[in-house]
Ligand binder design. Structure first.
Ligand SMILES: Nc1ncnc2c1ncn2[C@@H]1O[C@H](COP(=O)(O)OP(=O)(O)OP(=O)(O)O)[C@@H](O)[C@H]1O
Length: 400
């Protein structure tokens, strides 16, 4: 790792076979750390990226987007044991992005609540699912949908969603942390019963953050953000059609979700690069891609973390992970602020008001400067401006 580049050298090739990839960040955390008394792995040199640095680079942005009303998603991709769960969840003193995000969110809420106007409300809720062999399990309510898993449904205005999924309101960091731990425990139990290992299942933690405020006119203004944190199944052998055929022959279910994710990313990347303009994207081909449709191709600001192993025996897997995320870089998403119609109207009217005031001041400056017929156009502009400016206070109270 050097700056934001990642270089991979083929074992026993000398320096003859080197491939270089560039990402927003490239982190090294294999060595160069010292374990503090509390167990925190702190950098011993500049190269080592500790959990705090990763959060500061990636988590802070998610937090900011959440406050601004954008949906955010974070995927951790890579082979088993490469550090996906460590990056996302971490352990004890070395908290990962998810717990650090939750901690900061509640700290911010508490601070804002102290000076918030009457009618301001912040609501946080959590759901947690696991996808294993194309079946969805509710990790906060493992009894539901025991036979065959929960159903995925689709609504025109909501997209895909899990039917009957338990969403729990959480009021503090302690609350959300204990719920996530409960979900994680259920994940392990479910996996043992099915004789699966965690590496064959995907976990999606969805946090919904809603901000409500009262406008001067007594209307409720609302902004919301859904934050999806996705710990993907180990990528080894998946996405490789030869391996898929082999597994089919064995009579095993392949990890359909992960191969479809690869296909969706390839199609989206081709679209992003303008290679392929109109194509049907295969979101419907797996449960994971259905649930993450928004995160991948729609309304979300999305981060993908690729966890890599530096061991030479993992060369092929590491290279394939790098190629996978390199392709994902080309995806372009379209995130918009999720706000209630009233909030949008207020925001748009405020912007319009500012624009009109600016035009007015420019126009009156122009009118002062000249009284000749040449200023007719400016005069017309003033007329237009005043009509529309007058509409602002009229529109406002009658809006829903
Ligand atoms: N950056 C790191 N610093 C210290 N320890 C790490 C780091 N990354 C991973 N580990 C350790 O390596 C082990 C495997 O990591 P982890 O469980 O995160 O892998 P994974 O990719 O999520 O695996 P799986 O796909 O099987 O769930 C864990 O014991 C974890 O604590």
């Amino acid at each position: 790792m050097e700056g934001n580049t990642t270089r991979i050298i083929k074992p026993r090739s000398g320096d003859a076979d080197v491939k270089t990839f560039t990402f927003d960040y490239s982190y090294w955390s294999h060595d160069g750390f010292v374990a503090l008394d509390n167990g925190y792995l702190a950098p011993e040199n500049e190269q080592f990226a500790d959990q705090k640095r990763v959060f500061s680079d990636l988590g802070e942005g998610i937090l900011e987007n959440a406050w601004n009303g954008y949906n955010c998603s974070l995927f951790a991709y890579g082979q088993t044991g490469s550090g996906k769960t460590y990056s996302v969840v971490g352990g004890s003193a070395n908290k990962g992005i998810l717990p650090l995000f939750c901690e900061r969110l509640f700290e911010d809420i508490e601070r804002k609540q102290e000076s918030a106007a009457e009618g301001t409300e912040f609501q946080v809720s959590l759901s947690m699912v696991e996808i294993y062999n194309e079946q969805v399990r509710d990790l906060l309510n493992p009894q539901s949908g025991r036979q065959g898993g929960l159903r995925i449904r689709e609504k025109v205005d909501h997209g895909f969603f899990v039917e009957n999924l338990l969403t729990v309101p959480v009021g503090s960091y302690g609350d959300i942390d204990s719920r996530i731990q409960e979900g994680t425990r259920n994940r392990t139990i479910a996996a043992t019963h099915m004789n699966a290992t965690s590496s064959r299942a995907h976990t999606i933690v969805a946090i919904t953050f809603v901000q409500k405020a009262m406008s001067d006119g007594g209307h409720t203004l609302q902004k919301s953000s859904t934050i999806n944190i996705v710990d993907l199944a180990g990528s080894e052998r998946a996405g490789n059609t030869g391996a898929a055929r082999e597994r089919l022959k064995e009579g095993c279910m392949i990890n359909q979700s992960l191969s479809t994710l690869g296909n969706v990313i390839k199609a989206l990347a081709d679209q992003g690069k303008g290679v392929q303009k109109s194509t049907v994207l295969p979101f419907r081909d797996s449960v994971l891609t259905k649930l993450l449709k928004n995160a991948l191709g729609g309304n979300s600001k999305t981060i993908m973390i690729a966890a890599l192993s530096p061991a030479d025996v993992n060369y092929e897997e590491t290279l394939s992970t790098l190629r996978f995320v390199d392709r994902a870089k080309a995806i372009r998403v379209q995130a918009v602020v999720n706000e209630s119609p009233t909030s949008r109207l207020v925001r748009e009217l405020q912007q319009e008001n500012m624009r009109l005031q600016e035009l007015l001041s420019q126009a009156s400056y122009g009118a002062e400067k000249s009284s000749s017929p040449a200023s007719f156009n400016e005069g017309r502009a003033i007329c237009d401006v005043t009509t529309r400016a007058a509409a602002v206070p009229l529109l406002f109270p009658s809006s829903p």
